[in-house]
Design a binder for this molecule. Structure first.
Ligand code: SF4
Length: 365
């Protein structure tokens, strides 16, 4: 497929497998030929990882929505006495997992929570430890770079010590990708000044990778960032991946405005923007194997189309999503495995259930 003359040089680079520059990335964001962008991203996806699409049979566990950070784009965080604020006890967290265990294929957990003003690191750790000891067969993916930075700050431990305790006592096998938002101080100072900085988020990933713990990466886009800042964000991730190789998948999160402070002034992204951002992420992140189409945020139909725009990972069954539904996500709060398999097959691809480290558990060829 040939691009217009304007993009011929980039197409030739992609075909040769050559790395794209910052300038190429910015130019791609100004390309209006969405079909060409999709075709380029799909070609790279096929070359890099074939036709398998990964998914998890998993359960999300959000221990509390009480959070000191007050990020302007978040609809999940609450103050202690605010309506809808909750704190799970250890018993409630175990009960949630017990309920999810009714699915015989449940493979693991995704644990992320608010930055509670009075919970200690040992309190968070105690809950995941109890879950891990009760259900050692489930993989444990959890905590973002933001939460791990917070744990280090409130405990007086180093990031490395926090990670070691989460791994050795809590059974942590991989780190969640959230909290990266846009890795630019200008954006973070305005939207989320009370949590980990860009450098701190990257440092958690770097430290985890050094310890052999893999992590995911993400980008929350479609708010106050410029297109140049999106490209710079991808380049910061690409640079760290060159250094450590420890990122497993990249997730594009479109900003969902409902019930957020920022939602007063910013509208939701278009499907056009979602698909071009997916495609450009695949093209710029040439050292990432996996690019995720997170159906909860994109909606199921858009996530399915995104499989033709560079994605090879569609997240999981989730069990009961709450964080993004507080922000008006219109997708279901869970998907059955049969549904996920159907969605992937309809796209002409091969569904593969995997654990949090992309080890394949079974495929449906
Ligand atoms: S995005 Fe995370 S850190 Fe920010 S307010 Fe929401 S729960 Fe808290």
């Amino acid at each position: 497929m040939l691009a217009s003359e304007e993009y011929r040089d980039i197409e030739e680079k992609i075909q040769r497998g050559e790395r794209l520059t910052r300038e190429d990335g910015v130019r791609l964001f100004h390309c209006s030929d969405i079909a060409w962008l999709g075709a380029m991203a799909d070609m790279v996806r096929k070359r890099k990882c074939g036709d398998i699409v990964y998914y998890n049979v998993n359960c999300h566990v959000n221990l509390t929505n009480i959070c000191t950070s007050h990020c302007k784009f978040c609809a999940f965080g609450r103050d202690c006495n605010e309506k809808g604020a909750y704190e799970m006890t250890k018993e409630q967290a175990l009960a949630l997992v017990a309920e999810a265990m009714h699915d015989p294929n449940l493979a693991g957990l995704h644990v992320v929570s608010g930055l509670h003003p009075t919970w200690s690191f040992d309190h968070y750790l105690g809950i995941v430890k109890a879950i891990h000891e009760t259900y050692p067969q489930l993989y444990m993916k959890g905590f973002t770079g933001v939460e791990i930075t917070h744990f280090a700050q409130i405990s007086g431990l180093s990031v490395e010590e926090v990670l070691i305790r989460l791994r050795d006592e809590g059974g942590l096998q991989a780190i969640a990708g959230g909290g990266a938002e846009i890795l630019a101080d200008r954006v973070r100072d305005e939207l989320c000044p009370n949590k980990a900085t860009a450098d701190e988020w990257l440092e958690v990933a770097r430290t985890a990778h050094k310890l052999g713990i893999k992590s995911n990466a993400s980008m929350l886009y479609g708010h106050i960032e410029t297109l140049e800042e999106r490209v710079d964000h991808l380049l910061r991730l690409r640079d760290l991946q060159d250094e450590t190789g420890g990122f497993q998948t990249f997730i594009c999160f479109p900003f969902l405005p409902k019930n957020t402070e920022l939602g007063q002034s910013v509208k939701q992204t278009s499907v056009w923007d979602d698909l071009r951002t997916m495609a450009i992420s695949r093209l710029m992140l040439d050292n990432f194997t996996n690019i995720k189409a997170y159906w909860v945020m994109l909606t199921v139909p858009v996530a399915q189309v995104a499989l033709g725009f560079g994605a090879n990972d569609i997240d999981g069954t989730v069990h009961k999503e709450t964080i993004l539904h507080d922000a008006g996500a219109t997708s279901p709060t869970a998907l059955s495995e049969d549904n996920i398999i159907r969605i992937i097959r309809e796209a002409g691809r091969i569904p593969a259930a995997c654990d949090c480290n992309f080890n394949i558990l079974r495929t449906f060829d």
